[in-house]
Design a protein around this ligand. Sequence first.
Ligand code: HEC
Length: 190
Amino acid sequence: MTVRHLILPAFLAVSMLHASEAAPQPQVKQEGIKYIKMLGGALKGELKAHMKNDPSGLEALAFCTSSADTITKEVNAKLPKYASVRRTALKVRNNSVNTPDATDRKVMEAYEKAIADKTFSPKDIKIVKEGDVTRIYKPLVTKAVCLKCHGSALSPKIKEAIESAYPHDHATGFKEGSLRGVIVAEIKKH
Ligand code: HEC
């Protein structure tokens, strides 16, 4: 056997290994974005319809309070067993289901830094690999419509309804353009 015969198979093996490691990444990202859109779309559609029906925001607030978690569970029930999707934030309203973990906090702090540095894009999807799980993060920027329930000048009725449903609420005082939170999809190797 010549040296060339030895090198070529070794080279192929290495390049194949790289290919198999690199190839799933864009697919996993696309799959995560699909699940993020499922949850984001479901919540956004309902929020819009309720805000239109009752511009004070009270009807939409009642809807979010009673159904945001149910909708999240319904969307998750449609996903494959190896995947999940949820919302979280640094300042949380519903601390029984939306509390961030250390990884979530790191990613959101990076988004906040990018906003402060003016390098942020709402299209900046972040991918974090932890063992068998890949997380795909999409930032949620505070828009004018969000301020009714997450801003600094809440109407007295909205304020009262939030205080009674969420005695530990931290999700007010946001400004337009600030990071409200993220949607994160988690995809397990399968
Ligand atoms: C009508 C009131 C209302 C409006 C408008 C509203 N939210 Fe919320 N938001 C809520 C309530 C209530 C919850 C808690 C839902 C629950 O119990 O899971 C919440 C929770 C969230 C959460 C989950 C994290 C947490 O704090 O529990 C995110 C993220 C969020 N809202 C983002 C937004 C964004 C972005 C907008 C604007 C596009 C927006 N919200 C507009 C009422 C509102």
